[in-house]
Ligand binder design. Structure first.
Ligand SMILES: [Zn+2]
Length: 353
């Protein structure tokens, strides 16, 4: 856990020749100049696939073969090569890993949690079941283990939030992640961490700590209706005045943007305005790249429930954003300023589209 961030990946054999012969080239004593956080896995030892811990044969619980198509590019030249080779450089290779006793116990705990709270392991709208759920919870437990804290799960919501905040970071911390698919430059499959999590840099741990702090805050928070941050009446695009979100994430609920009303159904002469848009409209606009007719049409069609209708696919609505209408009140629902019911009827009747 106190891995030196300046020597993250490769253990080296530097100055082996200058050392007295009977000494090994590395030591687990952190205060020795021969200390290495990553050491060769010799004599039947394997790395633990979660913590990386050097695990002798009699403490191994099964093996897992992890495939890599090569290494992530480490410089501009390699990046050019990687472009033509699926994002990796070098040759494909396998890494054989195991679960030490601690990781086997952690896996069993993950299985128990999944059995106790079925359907609680999730990422966004995706709910995990079976092995995928156990894998997810194992990553969550990996994150808390790396930080030396205990995951306290009393109800399904606790586990769902833990997955939301800790699953990705937990996965990124695992030893396995350094060898899976596109390996971390310098990661050597014949090595192990000198102690659990010995491979982690200070930066990685700081990131995990931040994620854990956010998880704790979310656990004690209730979602609230959040109004625009800087006093706008409503979302300039869809017109809703409040969105549901966690108060600590209020900054993500509303986005400040500069828009050209002309491209959102306004009159040609209207000047660009600095205004606020809700997270829903902002997410779609970011995907498209700008606030214009394309995004407006897409959001209106979705609000009307006709997004998947083939008749509506190429339909150009020339709709107006709430903000160009000069209204004094927010909409009760998204795009409430438009006649969505009529739009639906027209599309279904084949009048337009
Ligand atoms: Zn909106």
């Amino acid at each position: 856990m106190n891995a030196d961030p300046t020597t993250p990946e490769t253990e080296t054999t530097e100055s082996e020749a200058t050392m007295p012969k009977r000494k090994t080239p590395h030591t687990t004593n952190r205060f020795s100049p021969r200390y290495r956080n990553i050491v060769p896995a010799k004599g039947g030892a394997l790395a633990d696939l979660i913590t990386g811990e050097w695990t002798p044969a009699d403490e191994q619980n099964g093996i897992e073969r992890v495939e890599a198509i090569g290494y992530a590019p480490a410089n501009d030249t390699e990046r050019l090569i990687a472009l033509r080779h699926g994002g990796a450089v070098g040759r494909p290779f396998d890494t054989v890993l195991t679960r030490g006793n601690a990781s086997a116990a952690r896996r069993a705990f993950a299985e128990r949690l999944v059995a106790m709270f079925p359907g609680a392991a999730r990422a966004g709208d995706l709910v995990y079941f079976g092995t995928a759920a156990v894998d997810s919870v194992e990553f969550v437990l990996a994150a808390t283990d790396a930080l030396g804290v205990e995951l306290n799960v009393k109800k399904p919501r606790d586990l769902a939030l833990a997955c939301e905040y800790l699953l990705d970071v937990g996965r990124s911390l695992t030893w396995r992640s350094r060898f899976a698919w596109i390996a971390t430059p310098g990661a050597d499959p014949a090595t192990a961490a000198v102690k659990p999590w010995g491979h982690l840099s200070a930066r990685q741990l700081a990131e995990a700590r931040r994620a854990y702090a956010e998880y704790l805050r979310a656990r004690i928070e209730c979602p609230k209706l959040l109004r625009p941050t800087y006093g706008s009446l409503a979302c300039f695009v869809c017109g809703v005045g409040e969105v549901l979100g966690l108060p600590s994430r209020a900054a993500e609920a509303w986005h400040t943007v500069t828009l050209r009303p002309h491209s959102l159904g306004g009159k040609p002469g209207m000047r660009p305005v600095e205004t606020e848009v809700c997270a829903v409209c902002a997410a779609d606009a970011e995907a498209v790249g700008s606030y214009g007719p394309t995004i407006l049409d897409r959001l209106v069609k979705r609000a009307a429930g006709i997004e998947g209708n083939p008749r509506a696919r190429d339909l150009q609505l020339s709709a107006k954003a709430w903000g160009v209408m000069g209204r004094k009140r927010a909409n009760a629902v998204a795009f409430g300023h438009l006649d969505l019911a009529r739009l639906v009827d027209d599309v279904k009747a084949g009048v337009i589209g």
